[in-house]
Design a protein around this ligand. Structure first.
Ligand SMILES: [Zn+2]
Length: 276
């Protein structure tokens, strides 16, 4: 059996570096992913300092997207057709694909909209070929990917000295490395695999869930002070905080306002007397 194991490292600056990509010809069950295949020791970046790693070439992930059509079939399935020519994702979007996917509602129309924009989750791009999947499967994949996000997000709560093993994500058929002059591109076979890598490669301290009560959106914090997913949630939470303060201090605030009105009236009276 042929398969590739690739290891990625996330630097403190947030950049992602490919440590190794090894082609193995062996039974998957015989591989111990917790130790280095070559030395038998615990996985350690230093033991992989050769080949690709020696030159520290930039690594990016991509996936092919784009549908020509997508529609509901029988209320519980979606059928569609890939475009003849794909688009490569990410393009210039600020929002990650994982955010788009995880924050997508699970009603049929929302799933259809997501599919029309990007494509099915697990089918590799095939020009002008048709695809079909069940809505229930799409929802299940979204649930699993949310758990994947939350697992990485929890790492931020661990003590700084905690050693976290590198995320090992096995390659799937039709994944491919593209080695160009400017760097390496790992083109994922499908959207799901791309998102697995995307989430694993993001700095854990930036993987957030909106802190506004009632909002469940996940988002990538571009500023580490961000705790809300959007300006709307930020404004709503600010208004709610004002309301809470008002309700907790209503008598004092009203009394203070009354005093202020009386003071203003007295000042006005004094000014009128002096001008006479
Ligand atoms: Zn929110």
């Amino acid at each position: 059996m042929y398969f590739i194991v690739y290891r990625i490292a996330r630097a403190a600056s947030g950049t992602v570096k490919l440590l190794a990509a090894d082609l193995f010809i062996q039974e998957t069950s015989q591989i111990d992913f917790s130790c280095c295949y070559y030395t038998g020791s615990r996985i350690d970046c230093s033991c992989m300092n050769y080949g690709l790693d020696t030159f520290g070439r930039p690594l990016r992930f991509s996936v092919l997207v784009g549908t020509e059509s997508a529609k509901l079939k029988g209320g519980d399935r979606i059928i569609g057709k890939w475009q003849p020519v794909p688009r490569e994702w990410p393009a210039s979007s600020v929002r990650t694909l994982s955010e788009e996917f995880l924050n997508c509602s699970t009603d049929a129309q929302s799933v259809l909209h997501f599919t029309a924009k990007y494509g099915p989750l697990s089918d590799p791009f095939r020009p002008a070929r048709s695809f079909e999947f069940a809505l229930a499967d799409w929802k299940e994949e979204q649930r699993k990917k949310a758990l994947w996000w939350d697992m990485f997000a929890q790492f931020v709560n661990l003590p700084k000295a905690t050693i976290i093993a590198p995320a090992i994500i096995e390659a799937v058929p039709r994944d491919q490395f593209q080695i160009g002059r400017t760097g390496l591109t790992f083109q994922c076979a499908n959207l799901l695999h791309f998102m697995s890598l995307e989430i694993a490669a993001l700095p854990v301290e930036r993987l957030r869930r909106c802190q506004r009560e009632g909002c469940t959106q996940r988002f990538v914090a571009h500023d580490l002070r961000e705790i809300y997913c959007s300006e709307l949630c930020k404004t709503k939470e600010r208004n709610r905080a004002k309301l809470r303060y008002w309700e907790a201090h209503k008598p004092e605030i009203l009394a203070e306002r009354k005093k202020e009105r009386l003071r203003a009236r007295r000042r006005k009276k004094n000014v009128t007397r002096k001008t006479r």
